[in-house]
Design a protein around this ligand. Structure first.
Ligand code: SF4
Length: 235
């Protein structure tokens, strides 16, 4: 059974232009400096309720009662593809007549490929240049699975059956120098036409030093990124 770590019955911000419920799934093996859901990094040993969070059967029951009010359900986390129950959960959502969205960092490319046929939209969290992932995730070699996952996502997108938003949280310490223009060049070469850059927002007091030198993407940097042929949205 899917290990639910949180549930938002209605969101207008987690899936562009859609009214969506958000199911937060427990567990993530990465340790990103700016993680906003660190309480979801561990997984409970058994199907232990997390505070007042409903379990999956309750979530599904709530979703069934909201048919007609929602466009879809986004699975978020944590890293939802970590959960072996994710494919069945997605099929259960589809059976209710709802669309399926996924937030992923692409940590598990094989599991991601397994669920791609069930997904209408993906928000792909691209951390950094693929050789620089460890700076963000604190996990060696973490860029390799992310690259494989992004390739699978872009292949599915090219068939026209999957909508994709690739987004990156910008911080000058994590993306120095030519990192973003070079990444933009790679994304454009892979067929992507748009990219969302999110400004770093500290998630807790422990991020004070990161917050101190955080900055928005400069106009000059933005121009260099756009020169690679991508349309860029800054949030
Ligand atoms: S991949 Fe996402 S959930 Fe996992 S540590 Fe990074 S920001 Fe947090």
């Amino acid at each position: 059974m899917l290990k639910v770590g949180g549930f938002t019955p209605l969101s207008t911000t987690d899936w562009p232009d859609q009214l969506a419920a958000v199911v937060f799934v427990q567990g993530c093996p990465w340790r990103c400096h700016y993680c906003h859901n660190p309480e979801l990094q561990p997984r409970q040993e058994a199907n232990v309720p997390v505070g007042l969070v409903p379990d999956w059967p309750h979530v599904l029951h709530t979703l069934a009662r909201r048919q007609g009010l929602l466009d879809g359900v986004v699975f978020s986390g944590g890293e939802p593809t970590l959960d072996p129950a994710l494919p069945d959960a997605m099929l259960a959502v589809r059976a209710l007549g709802l669309k399926v969205g996924l937030h992923t960092a692409g940590i598990y490319p094989d599991r991601l490929s397994q669920v791609l046929p069930h997904i209408d939209w993906i928000g792909f969290d691209l951390k950094a240049g693929f050789a620089d992932y460890e700076k963000v995730t604190a996990i060696p070699q973490s860029g390799q699975p992310a690259l494989r996952s992004l390739e699978a996502v872009l292949l599915a997108r090219s068939t026209g059956r999957l909508a994709v938003e690739v987004r990156t949280t910008y911080h000058p310490r994590l993306h120095p120098g030519d990192t973003l223009p070079e990444l933009a060049r790679q994304l454009a070469a892979a067929g992507l036409d748009s990219w969302v850059l999110q400004t770093f927002r500290p998630a807790c007091d422990g991020h004070a030093s990161w917050a101190a030198d955080a900055s928005a993407v400069s106009h000059r940097l933005l121009d260099r990124i756009k020169a690679q042929g991508l349309s860029v949205t800054v949030r």
